[in-house]
Design a protein around this ligand. Structure first.
Ligand code: PXP
Length: 238
């Protein structure tokens, strides 16, 4: 059964809109955990637009389930990750002007930079997951760097506007997922997943973790964090 990683970044987005202390993403993490989240995911961006350094440090002390830090493969962020020591680091691409993470990390093109970061994280005992497109070459590159897991980008599947397009994107995810598992990598999926599109990908054989943020926080604003997490978890467990 896949595990649910709840990304709480957008609780911090609301807080940063007023540069105040509420709502606190740490509270959101506690409620998500109480409702059955298996993983708490947060993204410390270089521009600090939502999650702040303090959030990562406090969550390391308070989160009882697995803590997954999404991060760019940059030296200054790697310093923080090595200091805080989350269970897992998910390496993502970052561009300052983007609204959210667009596309997977191109490990082949950024090989040396990603390798420097990965080597440091692995030496510190932090598990590394690569957020990549459903592309066998990126999976092989992830494996060659010693990553334990890959998170396949589900954005194109989620954004598909026709059934045929969605089917095609689903097939890419399913076959790349199978390839990753054959390579001995732990399979994660994430980005753009919602209460309506999650079940199909949750059923891909070998999926271990689904990381979901926007849709859960959007629902939580209406129905509360615990109910939003519980409803997503029920869908994933089928
Ligand atoms: N996985 C990764 C690597 C991400 O960067 C994000 C967005 O921060 C997510 C999952 C969650 O995406 P969404 O907010 O669309 O559910």
């Amino acid at each position: 059964m896949p595990k649910l990683g709840v990304n709480i970044d957008h609780v911090a987005t609301i807080r940063q809109a007023r540069r105040t202390i509420e709502p606190d993403p740490v509270w959101a993490a506690v409620l998500a955990e109480l409702a059955g989240a298996d993983v708490i995911t947060l993204h410390l961006r270089e521009d600090r637009r939502h999650i702040q350094d303090r959030d990562v440090r406090v969550m390391k002390q308070t989160v009882q389930v697995k803590l997954n830090l999404e991060m760019a493969a940059e030296e200054a962020i790697t310093d923080i990750a090595c200091d805080v020591h989350p269970h897992q680091a998910t390496l993502v691409p970052e561009r300052r002007e983007e609204v959210t993470t667009e596309g997977g990390l191109d490990i082949i093109r950024n090989f040396d930079r990603v390798k420097r970061c990965t080597d440091r994280l692995l030496a510190r005992g932090i598990e590394v997951s690569m957020f990549i497109d459903a592309d066998p070459r990126q999976i092989e590159a992830s494996k060659s760097l010693g990553a334990q897991a890959v998170e396949l980008h589900t954005g194109r599947y989620a954004d598909a506007t026709t059934a045929a397009e969605q089917d095609a994107e689903f097939e890419k995810l399913a076959s790349a997922g199978q390839f990753a598992v054959q390579q001995g990598l732990v399979l994660h999926l994430g980005h753009g997943l919602t209460y309506r599109n999650v079940q199909r990908v949750a059923a891909i054989p070998g999926v271990c973790e689904l990381n979901i943020g926007h849709s859960i926080i959007a629902r939580a604003v209406m129905v509360g964090m615990e109910r939003a997490v519980r409803e997503m978890k029920e869908l994933i467990l089928g």
